[in-house]
Design a protein around this ligand. Structure first.
Ligand code: ADP
Ligand code: MG
Length: 375
């Protein structure tokens, strides 16, 4: 077992002018399950491949268990990888697939058998050891791929979107199994995904990356409750946070034709670059229907409603100048509607105008110029 450290690590691919991973500083604690999450192309696989030794590091150092491995051969790093495409050898049995890397490394036969049987037991594959991959379900094949990594008893597991090839239901089951397995084995794990739900449900901590630059690292609830910037706020959480830029008038946010109180300390942090504007964020569950005369609520023109049985959702436009046509400027997506979670037994109708109140303790405020958190 081992701690992993990325120390100012940069990767610029030949021919690219911008780094794919830019000055990354990240510590993964001994035994920790760290999820690296971000949109496609943000540098997740590059980060993982540098740790594996499959990609050159241009600047900085990588340490495993206190040892500098930056220029070390992949085979000497004591890591095991599980990829998205975990191709198994079709002509080999499950047991042979799982033990293949050990056989290549010259491990004695009975030692291989012992480790394979132990891994099979953990993975619930004992009765399938003599089968060929084609006689297994997708989930079982995925577990064999995990088994191949486990039998090597590495210091670090590296997983690059290992659930991408599974259907939605199996993905949910398997993510629970992998998280439980990692806790049982206690092996330091770097897990890469573009799926924020996987990140929230699996990781001890999450590292969010955008365009090669680390945005925030923290426990799932920390990132959910206190996103450090607009990007993390919009990326973590589903349905995603409502984020709009509004004028600041007399210390209040002007939302459509209404005004909403803002904490003084947050407003005080705005600068000239922000041009008397503020980004107000709130999650769909942190707002509710208000009475028409509520002084601290804003108007929303309802364009769609959804009754999911357990939850109801209202989708609407903030009303400006008495019409819904000109909604406030949206940071992440110009056409995004404001989403509010409500009691499904008290849904308004499409076309209604309703008053919405944000829970003031759950408001997320950001500076438009820097997109950094203010409160
Ligand atoms: N071998 C390569 N040569 C040049 N550019 C690459 C190479 N591999 C990846 N990139 C670029 O580096 C960036 C990060 O890629 P990658 O780490 O694969 O992202 P992710 O895994 O987050 O989707 C992308 O812009 C990608 O196009
Ligand atoms: Mg990738």
């Amino acid at each position: 077992m081992a701690e992993v450290v990325f120390d100012h690590v940069t990767r610029i691919y030949p021919g690219n002018d911008k780094p794919s991973v830019d000055d990354l500083n990240l510590d993964i604690k001994d035994g920790e399950f760290l999820v690296l999450v971000g949109p496609s192309g943000c540098g997740k696989s590059t980060t993982l491949r540098m740790l594996a030794g499959l990609e050159e590091v241009n600047k900085g150092r990588i340490l495993i268990g206190g040892k500098d491995v930056t220029t070390m051969q992949p085979k000497d790093r004591d890591i095991a990888m599980v990829f998205q495409n975990y191709a198994l050898y079709p002509h080999m049995t499950v047991a042979d697939n799982m033990g293949f890397a050990l056989k290549i490394a010259g491990t004695p036969k009975d030692e291989i058998r012992k480790r394979v049987e132990k891994a099979a037991e953990i993975l619930d594959l004992t009765e399938y050891l003599d089968r060929k991959p084609k006689a297994l379900s997708g989930g079982q094949r995925q577990r064999v791929a995990m088994g191949r990594a486990i039998v090597r008893e590495p210091k670090v597991f590296l997983m690059d979107e290992p659930l991408s090839n599974l259907d939605a239901k199996l993905r949910v089951q398997t993510r629970t199994q992998i998280a439980a397995l990692q806790r049982q084995l206690g092996v330091t794990t770097l897990y890469v995904t573009h799926d924020q739900t996987e990140a929230l449900t699996m990781g001890d901590r999450i590292a969010v990356i955008k365009l090669g630059i680390l945005q925030q690292v923290g426990a799932p609830t920390e990132l959910y409750d206190r996103p450090a910037n607009v990007f993390v706020a919009g990326f973590i959480g589903s349905p995603s946070m409502n984020l709009n830029t509004h004028p600041v008038v007399n210390g209040k946010a002007k939302i459509g034709e209404d005004t909403v109180d803002l904490p003084k300390e947050a407003v005080a942090k705005l600068t000239a670059e922000d041009g008397n504007k503020i980004v107000v964020g709130f999650r769909p569950e942190d707002a509710s229907l208000a009475t028409p005369d509520d002084p601290n609520a804003f108007s929303l023109k309802v364009v769609n409603v959804e009754d999911l049985g357990s939850d109801g959702y209202i989708y609407g436009n903030i009303i400006t100048d008495g019409s819904a046509a000109e909604a406030s400027q949206v940071m992440s997506d110009q056409n995004k509607l404001t989403t509010i979670r409500v009691n499904p037994r008290a849904l308004p109708k499409v076309g209604d105008t309703v008053k919405i109140k944000i829970d003031p303790s759950k408001m997320h405020l950001f500076a438009p110029s820097t997109e950094l958190r203010l409160n």
